[in-house]
Design a protein. Structure first.
Length: 151
């Protein structure tokens, strides 16, 4: 087991969420399920692309907030589109600047490494143009970011 494992609290949908997430990410699987009352899973251990997670059906008293999010580094626009479209599907909410909430209320950031490269460019005007372009986006568009930076 890895030293630090994200532990996610759900209101009765831990197993459903784990199945949803493992269907989206490559190299992912549910590794174990802890039985709970009424035949429903109490807890679910799963792996998303090598990262271990634990999900618990803890009840309605705690909800996810944007104070914590899961960051996905996407190399290509195709990967951004895939992650964005799948994670925001079926009741998810798009937000700004590459952020979204999935249908369970968990926040995700779907971001390419080029964003950081553009923001740290030594040409501050170029970096500022990239930042201003990103601030107008929901889903990150790599081509538009690069074009704005080069104007």
């Amino acid at each position: 087991m890895q030293k630090i494992t994200p532990f996610l609290w759900f209101d009765g949908k831990a197993e459903e969420a784990a199945q949803f997430y493992t269907s989206i990410f490559k190299n992912s699987r549910i590794t174990s399920t802890m039985p709970g009352p009424g035949g429903k899973a109490m807890g679910v251990n799963f792996v998303l692309d090598g990262q271990e997670f634990i999900a618990l059906n803890g009840g309605p008293m705690f909800k996810f907030t944007e104070a914590i999010s899961l960051f996905i580094s996407c190399e290509t626009q195709e990967e951004i589109d895939y992650m964005w479209n799948n994670l925001s599907s079926d009741g998810g909410e798009e937000s700004m600047c590459g952020w979204l909430k999935d249908k369970y209320g968990l926040s995700w950031q779907v971001v390419p490494p080029v964003l950081s490269e553009l923001f740290s460019d030594k040409d501050r005007a170029k970096a500022d143009r990239a930042m201003q372009a990103m601030l107008k986006m929901k889903k990150i568009d790599i081509a538009k970011l690069k074009a704005a930076a080069e104007q």
